[in-house]
Design a binder for this molecule. Structure first.
Ligand SMILES: Nc1ncnc2c1ncn2[C@@H]1O[C@H](COP(=O)(O)OP(=O)(O)OP(=O)(O)O)[C@@H](O)[C@H]1O
Length: 200
């Protein structure tokens, strides 16, 4: 099974890559959903307590807590959909990256999405999903929090980087080509390894 993770600062385009994956019938597991699930099981409103619950999880179960819960969710999503690839949206730290590499080995591909702050701020302003999208200072704070978790290092450690400074159409095309080609290539490699009696 191929597992493709994405990493990128707020507004970089992770949601668009996830949408492209879904269009290609690649199931998507969002690390934020794992946190939202945990909020619900604690009787808390995810809209209000998302950040606090993410922090509590890391304090209680260690820095890989969210990745730890995401690994089985990835396997379940793959088997539920009968899919040979899954996209994991939103890695945040090197500890999480290490956990995915440990769980999925060579089958894990990390894709970073990059765009400058002003462009991301402008796109989030247009998205306007919630108040923080419209608030540039809130974006700066969110970004600082992400970077405190070590997201910059994760972006640097990616296997592939997509620069999202062009049009949305160009970005979606680039993401689609990358996903489709990578999944085809890894399936072919898996077949070759199986033919050679290797590990699949
Ligand atoms: N190349 C682009 N041109 C124009 N708009 C874009 C481009 N890429 C992404 N967008 C838009 O910018 C907004 C932010 O993108 P997206 O939601 O994918 O970011 P994200 O990385 O998931 O952000 P967050 O982490 O805040 O959820 C969306 O409305 C998206 O449609």
């Amino acid at each position: 099974m191929r597992v493709i993770g994405t990493v990128g600062l707020p507004g970089s385009g992770k949601g668009e890559v996830a949408a492209v994956a879904e269009e290609e019938d690649v199931p998507v597991v969002t690390m934020g959903d794992v946190i939202r699930e945990e909020c619900r099981s604690r009787g808390l409103d995810p809209a209000e307590h998302h950040g606090a619950v993410a922090k509590a999880l890391r304090e209680e179960d260690g820095p890989a807590a969210i990745a730890e819960r995401t690994v089985p969710a990835v396997r379940e999503a793959a088997s539920r959909a009968g899919a040979d690839a899954v996209l994991v949206d939103g890695l945040r730290s090197m500890v999480e990256l290490a956990r995915f590499r440990e769980a999925f080995g060579e089958s894990f591909l990390l894709v970073a999405i990059t765009a400058p702050f002003d462009l991301r701020a402008e796109r989030l302003g247009a998205r306007g999903r919630d108040d923080s999208d419209l608030d540039v200072e809130a974006l700066r704070k969110r970004e600082e929090r992400e970077l405190d978790f070590g997201m910059g290092e994760v972006i640097d450690a990616a296997d592939v980087t997509i620069d999202n400074t062009g049009t949305l159409e160009a970005f979606r095309r680039h993401a689609r080509d990358l996903l489709v080609e990578d999944i085809e290539r890894s399936a072919a490699d898996g077949t070759r390894e199986a033919d050679a009696g290797g590990r699949t």
